[in-house]
Design a protein around this ligand. Structure first.
Ligand SMILES: [Cu+2]
Length: 485
């Protein structure tokens, strides 16, 4: 029998290390290629069969309707116009730091867009010098496919010197936001985002003042309404204030309210039913989500609304509320009152899909696949769809669906017992599973992705497509349209 020499053993061990390292590196690059495909038609991929579905193969339907042809029909509603110009800009932050950022009209966040329910918004986007192009996605707004602002799906990225006009009717009052959906993980972090508020047609009487607070991470720096220090808001003692909060960062924020009791009156722009008073309660707002609060200023002293990285909104004057650490955590699955006229127990479901959000080696995945390799969900107009969304790990995954809202039915198998919860972005944490209900009532090609945009850039992004809808545009390095990179 041959004795292995010391040298021979080292040689074999060395070879094993090289093979192992080699396969890790190969796997890494094999998976990373998904982020930059050469050319993909997001309307024509193999798709997922439903509960009673089957694989239809690819969709090359001669009679298909193009997404670009689905527009907001002309009407005689009032028009509100905005001009947004994307450009590189040197911004001096209020901590003295100078940052090269990307802005709309020189600002980040960009100009606040305000419109009244029922009005037609017309927004002219121009790009001065963002080389890879920009788009604007209107997060949470239900609009026609051609106006959704996804590069390579609903339009071409708008290159320097070019422009694109968005037009849609803001049907539903609430708190929304907008951001670029070309290379979104890069462009949002560099500053291409802003607030979008749809005011109700009938003014609400229960508050005297309203404020909007947008939290973002600009090149890694936490900002509230563009400030590293937070904001100071004048408010009279005893007055009632509505706070519209937007999380435009990638991480889940834990928000505390100190100095006053409050109510959460809306989530993702949708009013909650009979919301109760919360005291010493923190709430979590996931990336992409919006929470609207109503609070009454005390007769004496300030109210402080703070996130967990130290950003604060200070309302009112006088003494600080005494600091506390005994908060409990808000649970939206049993908050407020159910709607007796819209019970969810006997909803009819035409199609069901299960989406497992997780991590597969180096990429974020849905059902073990990433980005354009994930079979799209395909529905027909009018279908009632149930999605089971499972967070199998890899962090919080706030799951966002374009062009629709959905109603949350259950968390971890337990049906919701409070107010109906209608969202466009569902906060999910590791180990949780949710069932949500979507009415397929907006034919188009819609992205569905994690709103931690780093996760979507790593592959946690797929399509919710309607049968018979096609697109002229392509995602990939050939066209330069890389919506989630
Ligand atoms: Cu995620």
């Amino acid at each position: 029998m041959r004795q292995w020499t010391w040298k021979g053993k080292t040689g074999i061990a060395g070879l094993a290390v090289v093979i192992l390292l080699g396969s890790v590196i190969l796997t890494y690059f094999w998976q990373m290629r998904l982020q930059k495909p050469f050319e993909v038609n997001m309307a024509a991929m193999h798709h997922m069969g439903g509960m009673n579905g089957h694989d239809h193969g690819t969709m090359h339907d001669a009679a298909a309707t193009g997404c670009e042809a689905i527009t907001e029909k002309a009407g005689n509603e009032p028009v509100r116009e905005y001009y947004l110009t994307a450009a590189q800009h040197e911004n001096k932050l209020d901590n003295g730091q100078t940052e090269l950022v990307w802005t709309f009209n020189g600002l980040t966040p960009g100009p606040e867009i305000r419109v009244t329910e029922g009005e037609r918004l017309r927004i002219v986007l121009k790009n001065t010098d963002i080389k890879e192009g920009v788009t604007i996605h209107w997060h949470g707004i239900i609009l026609p496919c051609s106006q959704d602002g996804v590069a390579g799906v609903t339009q071409e990225a708008v290159k320097p010197g070019e422009q694109f006009t968005y037009e849609f009717i803001a049907d539903h009052p609430g708190t929304y936001w907008y951001h670029s959906h070309q290379a979104s993980s890069v462009q949002v972090e560099k500053g291409l985002l802003g607030k979008l508020i749809v005011e109700p047609l009938k003014k609400r009487s229960e508050y005297e003042q309203e404020e909007t607070l947008l939290i973002q991470q600009l090149n890694g720096t936490w900002l509230m309404n563009g400030s590293t220090k937070g904001v100071t808001i004048q408010a009279s003692p005893g007055s009632t204030v509505r706070l519209r909060m937007v999380n435009a960062a990638n991480e889940t924020e834990t928000i505390s309210v100190n100095g006053a009791a409050y109510r959460i009156i809306a989530m993702d722009g949708h009013d909650l039913r009979e919301p109760g008073v919360l005291e010493n309660v923190q709430f979590q707002i996931a990336a992409g989500q919006r929470y609207d609060l109503l609070l009454q200023m005390p007769q004496e002293g300030k109210v402080i609304v703070a996130n967990d990285s130290g950003l604060r909104a200070v309302l009112g004057a006088g003494s600080d509320p005494k600091s506390r650490s005994d908060y409990s955590l808000f649970d939206w699955t049993n908050y407020g009152a159910p709607d007796p006229l819209a019970p969810v127990g006997n909803l009819i479901i035409d199609k069901s899909f299960t989406l497992e959000l997780g991590q597969t080696l180096f990429v974020k995945s849905i059902n073990g696949k990433s980005f354009h390799e994930i079979p799209p969900i395909v529905v027909k107009e009018g279908e009632r769809v149930k999605l089971t969304i499972i967070n199998n790990g890899g962090g919080d995954h706030p799951f966002h669906l374009h062009g629709h809202v959905f109603q949350v039915l259950s968390r971890n198998g337990r049906p919701l017992t409070g107010s109906p919860i209608i969202l466009d972005t569902l906060a999910t944490q590791e180990g949780e599973f949710y069932e949500v209900y979507v009415k397929a009532d907006n034919p188009g090609l819609w992205m569905m992705h994690c709103h931690n945009l780093r996760h979507s850039s790593m592959g946690m992004s797929m399509m919710f497509n309607y049968e018979g809808i096609s697109t002229l545009y392509r995602v990939g390095t050939r066209s330069g349209n890389l919506p989630d990179l």
